[in-house]
Design a protein around this ligand. Structure first.
Ligand code: ZN
Length: 134
């Protein structure tokens, strides 16, 4: 079952410059910065009342985020729903005709299992499921 919006992923060109904006202009506090090698990104997390902002900076031109920036510029990249059963959630989506980007969850930032649904079958929103590792 989906429990909450876990985070919004935002693609940025420079993590350092973006962190400054969120800290100085909005008064939020960066909780941690982490590199996710499998996705070729550096991430920074801000807590906003239990939902997080996840800034994503590409670490390589091969990164999906580099491709997103090239196409769209900076902006909202994905929405992530926290679920207590990521496998069941993927099956429910798939059974209802949604195209999955990942059939099997993999390890994302924050030591969580994550998987993405294809934006072509989610009305334009790249959608992530995430779950705490059992
Ligand atoms: Zn995410």
């Amino acid at each position: 079952m989906i429990q909450k919006i876990d985070h919004l992923g935002i693609a940025v060109k420079s993590l350092d410059e973006s962190i400054l904006y969120y800290e100085k202009s909005l008064g939020l506090k960066c909780e941690h910065v982490e590199e996710v090698e499998s996705q070729k990104v550096r991430t920074a997390f801000f807590d906003v009342g239990g939902t997080h902002i996840e800034l994503l900076e590409p670490t390589s031109p091969e990164s999906p985020i580099a491709k997103f920036l090239e196409k769209n510029g900076e902006g909202i990249h994905h929405i992530a729903f926290k679920t207590d059963d990521i496998t069941g959630q993927l099956k429910q989506a798939s059974d209802s005709g949604v195209k999955l980007i990942h059939e099997t969850p993999f390890e994302g930032a924050g030591d969580k299992l994550v998987a993405f649904l294809h934006p072509k079958s989610t009305h334009g929103v790249l959608t992530e499921f995430c779950a705490c590792k059992a």
